[in-house]
Design a protein around this ligand. Structure first.
Ligand code: PGA
Length: 253
């Protein structure tokens, strides 16, 4: 046993009105019963965070936001500061999701600034890394992962890196139905952990949780979670329905 508490997170992306988000949360509260040996997180859109936070009162389910800005305040129209998310009860913020890198121009530099800002406020970044299909086919997967980690962790102390949650999300597996095989995912997770041991130390590398994301479903969660370096899942599509997310949280392993 690794001693790392599995973390099962639902990324609701740009789905749900406030009413819909609260309704799903109520179903999850009724359906999820196993919290003793696993952590459960939901990441609603910004507009539903406040209502979901209220609905979560007394529940062990934890709240995440999907993005943030790096400045603490200022003239940044349309942006949300980390302190505003903390104020709403967000324990986690997803950083560097491939959809943000791909469609909204996020770079390793902006991701690094977000990491610094979140860690300063004791918010846990869920840092996403992963290669595109072209990069995998060109044999560049491990180099891309190494570069993304180097960029995101630039200037951070070992202790700060130790507080981060990582998510390996191959871009070709996100929303496509093509899940990485357990072996492909394990190879990438083990590489990431080795890299952290080299750049930081063994304690950081062995303690950090590395989630897998990309078409996680009830049908594949058990075999993915059986891999020694997979410590949880970041789930998009299958987290939008209570029955499938409850089954994912209840993975057998
Ligand atoms: P998916 O999304 O489960 O729909 O593939 C995963 C993610 O984007 O985090």
């Amino acid at each position: 046993m690794s001693g790392r508490m599995p973390l099962m997170a639902g990324n609701w992306k740009m789905y749900f009105t406030v009413g819909e988000a609260v309704a799903l949360l109520e179903e999850l509260k009724g359906g999820i019963s196993r919290f003793d040996d696993r952590e459960v997180v939901v990441a609603p859109p910004f507009t539903a965070l406040s209502a979901v936070a209220s609905a979560l009162a007394g529940s062990p389910i934890r709240l995440a936001a999907q993005n943030c800005h790096w400045e603490s305040q200022g003239a940044y129209t349309g942006e949300i500061a980390p302190a505003m998310l903390k104020d709403l009860g967000c324990r986690y913020v997803i950083v560097g999701h491939s959809e943000r890198r791909q469609y909204f121009g996020e770079t390793d530099g902006s991701i690094n600034r977000k990491m610094v800002a979140l860690l300063a406020l004791e918010i846990v970044p869920i840092l996403c890394v992963g290669e595109t299909l072209e990069q995998r086919q060109a044999g560049e997967t491990l180099r891309i992962l190494a570069d993304q980690l180097t960029g995101a962790f630039e200037g951070l102390k070992d202790e700060e890196v130790g507080r981060v949650v990582l998510a390996y999300e191959p871009v070709w597996a996100i929303g496509t139905g093509h899940t990485a095989t357990p072996e492909q995912a394990q190879e990438a997770h083990a590489f990431i952990r080795d890299r952290l041991a080299d750049r930081f130390n063994n304690e950081v590398a062995n303690g950090i949780r590395i989630l897998y994301g990309g078409s996680v479903k009830p049908e594949n969660v058990d075999t993915l979670m059986a891999q020694p370096d997979i410590d949880g899942a970041l789930v998009g599509g299958a987290s939008l329905k209570s029955a499938s997310f409850v089954r994912i949280v209840d993975f057998v392993g």
